[in-house]
Design a protein around this ligand. Structure first.
Ligand code: P6P
Length: 338
């Protein structure tokens, strides 16, 4: 994808704000801060591989600083970057059991931030791509004081902004405010995100299916039938391809660009699957739908599901519209559950 000459993330955000006269500039400021946090996390993630080589003890680095686990580092970095702009009334993170309140002396805002600071971090030692996922809502609790749990348990269709950063061969920042999906590649030479994926549209169907086939025997029967169907048929005259990174952000980023389907199903052992509804499934579903795709739990639209708890899981079938519709048909028409 050709880089747009110097359309930087800040310029794109500010131009987006100008296109919406009602915009207060708050979401722009939030996105700019997230871009800063992304750069700092990217720096740390890319350095991590060296941690064991250049004498980092894993406890203290050469500067005598404590070397934190990367996901804790990312979690703390995001909070530090986002807790003083006066934009949020409450936050929630995959790394914290409870909701996160702003420090007492900080201005309270009208937005809510949910995030998975570093998804797939167990892959970092194998140098496999990992990612940060974020989701922004407007508060629904009354008043101007601290937000509450209900602010964090909103249905996904109410999101204002959703995005992810994938730390791979490049660091790419992808976001949507519901009107188009935009990707920016970090140019390490001068530390700026440059527009590289302008208005991403997911193909209506694709040749790639992505799920952990190690769980095959626990799958619902309809899913087994669907995968067997793909393996017995062709896509535009070529066999279907199985691709599975095991890192949700990487698998969904590829699905967004190339088309196809990513699945983390509920199964006999884990009926709700593994991925978290509030800060993994919802933001990814918001992005994929904004790019023209589809995301359900096999039956219900992800973005319509009402979360009952902060860390609840949901099965997810997400990607090209035709592919998700087809697996839903197999699931609906199969007689047995498993
Ligand atoms: P499995 C990474 O640990 C993660 O949370 C997601 O990023 C990824 O899609 C999934 O788990 C992989 O899970 O069970 O296939 O290893």
């Amino acid at each position: 994808m050709a880089l747009k000459r110097f359309m930087t993330l800040p310029r794109h955000i500010l131009e987006g704000e100008k296109a919406h006269p009602e915009a207060t500039g708050e979401l722009s400021s939030i996105l700019l801060q997230l871009g800063l946090a992304a750069k700092l996390i990217s720096l740390e993630v890319n350095k991590a591989g060296l941690a064991n080589i250049i004498g980092f003890t894993g406890q203290e680095n050469v500067h005598g600083e404590q070397v934190k686990k990367l996901d804790i580092f990312a979690h703390e970095m995001l909070i530090k970057a986002m807790d003083h702009g006066g934009h949020f009334c409450v936050m929630a993170s995959e790394e914290e059991e409870d909701i996160i309140h702003l420090p007492p002396n900080k201005k309270i805002g009208k937005y809510v931030l949910l995030f998975d600071p570093l998804d797939g971090s167990s892959n970092i030692d194998a140098n496999i791509s990992i990612g940060t996922i974020f989701s922004i809502y407007k508060r629904i609790s009354p008043g101007n004081g601290p937000g509450n749990l209900e602010d964090c348990l909103q249905q996904g269709y109410k999101q204002e902004v959703a995005g992810y950063i994938v730390y791979g061969s490049s660091t790419i920042f992808v976001y949507t405010a519901g009107h188009g999906v935009y990707g920016f590649t970090l140019d390490p030479a001068f530390g700026e995100f440059l527009l590289s994926h302008d208005n991403i549209r997911i193909p209506k169907s694709g040749r790639i299916y992505s799920l952990n086939e190690g769980n095959y025997f626990s799958w619902p029967k309809g899913l087994k039938d669907y995968i067997k169907y793909l393996q017995a048929n062709y896509y535009n005259g070529k066999p279907y391809q199985a691709r599975y990174v095991g890192s949700m952000v990487a698998d969904i980023h590829r699905t967004l660009l190339y088309g196809g389907i990513f699945i983390y199903p509920g199964d006999r052992r884990n009926p709700k699957g593994k991925l978290r509804l509030c800060y993994e499934c919802n933001p990814m579903a918001f992005i994929v739908e904004a790019a023209g795709g589809r995301a359900t739990d096999g039956k219900e639209r992800i973005l319509d599901k009402k979360p009952e708890s902060l860390h609840e899981r949901s099965p997810i079938y997400i990607g090209s519209e035709d592919d998700v519709l087809l697996v839903e048909k197999f699931l609906r028409e199969s007689r047995e559950a498993y």
